[in-house]
Ligand binder design. Sequence first.
Ligand SMILES: Nc1ncnc2c1ncn2[C@@H]1O[C@H](COP(=O)(O)OP(=O)(O)OP(=O)(O)O)[C@@H](O)[C@H]1O
Ligand SMILES: [Mg+2]
Length: 393
Amino acid sequence: MKVLGKEDTNQEKKNVNYLTAKEVRRISRENRKTTDEFEKTRERKNVSVDEYTTIMKNNDNLMEVENLHTYFFTDIGIVKSVSGVTFDVPKGKTVGIVGESGCGKSVTSLSIMQLVQRPQGQIVEGQIRFDFDEYIYDLAKIPNEKMQQIRGNEISMIFQEPMTSLNPVFRIGLQVDEVIELHNHGMSKEKIKNRTIEMLDMVGIANSEGVYKMFPHELSGGMRQRVMIAMALSCDPKLIIADEPTTALDVTIQAQIMDLLRNLKNKINSSIMLITHDLGVIAEMADFVVVMYAGKVIEKGTAKEIFHNPLHPYTVGLMASRPKIGGLKAGKLYSIPGSVPNPVDMPDYCYFKDRCNRSMKKCNGAYPPEIYVSDTHMVACYHYLDSEEEKHD
Ligand SMILES: Nc1ncnc2c1ncn2[C@@H]1O[C@H](COP(=O)(O)OP(=O)(O)OP(=O)(O)O)[C@@H](O)[C@H]1O
Ligand SMILES: [Mg+2]
């Protein structure tokens, strides 16, 4: 067996795959100290409203996420799942969030809902300003007690796998009734049932009276997802977060569910945050697009800007990796080489540099700044710095 010298040990420490038991103990001790402090702040009772009341930068926005950092304090180190995410969700609009698996899309949406796995997962920095009409709160600072009233009432979420969100031992009707009752105190049993049936009709369930009496396992995946959408809509939320709502379904059902969401979008006043790998879906539904890479927003803009004029080499790669029907040449599908860097050990230069086909000298420097090429179109890439000298020095 190789005996490690002092130098070797230091090297080992840097490599997250080879931590000594002592190192792991030290890390978890430090983690506990940090997370305990965050938890203490979150659990406080009777917190003054002033502490989390804020103002919007732009009153047309329903939500403004600014410089959001959500970390997981794990035994192998700090996983910086979301590190400095900034984007707006305007009132009544749909914002699509795209990016490779593991880039922090779900952690961003869970941060908004305050559903990040605690205590190891914590929002460590940033603001999530949300307009509730009479007041504007910062969801990143709001105490647990208050968040419980908001979750599922003003903001609701449609998850990827509906079976895990429905309780298998209760009938569908009862589960939707429960949500409606929770948000409409004092409503009569009959009225609640009528509203449930109405919601089931609205999401395109033909036999709504029959489905009301069924158990989740008696429904197909697509039907279950429709029920989940009915539940999410039943409290008339200001924001609906749909995190890959169709990934668990087959393609024809996926298309039906997307059609449903598209139709509902025009009927309701809610804003939608749509997270998906499917650029086709984003192109059809989203007004604005946010492209994420390794916990950061690398490009954002209106759907038109992103689809007609993608700037970041990663976005260009994403567009190129889309299957096209009826293209002139049916070539091999493009894939971006390499993989996302390890979130425990991020480089201090552009996170995409090692996979980028346009990287240059400047890219070895600090992480690129946010560059606005129009009022709405932002890209974080040195290629778009204004002056040529700045680009090359
Ligand atoms: N509970 C957790 N503990 C530790 N790390 C986590 C936890 N949850 C998520 N992560 C890490 O955070 C990063 C972002 O994960 P996230 O689930 O947000 O990705 P995503 O963009 O939603 O991916 P996908 O498209 O596959 O759903 C990943 O590297 C993941 O491993
Ligand atoms: Mg996800």
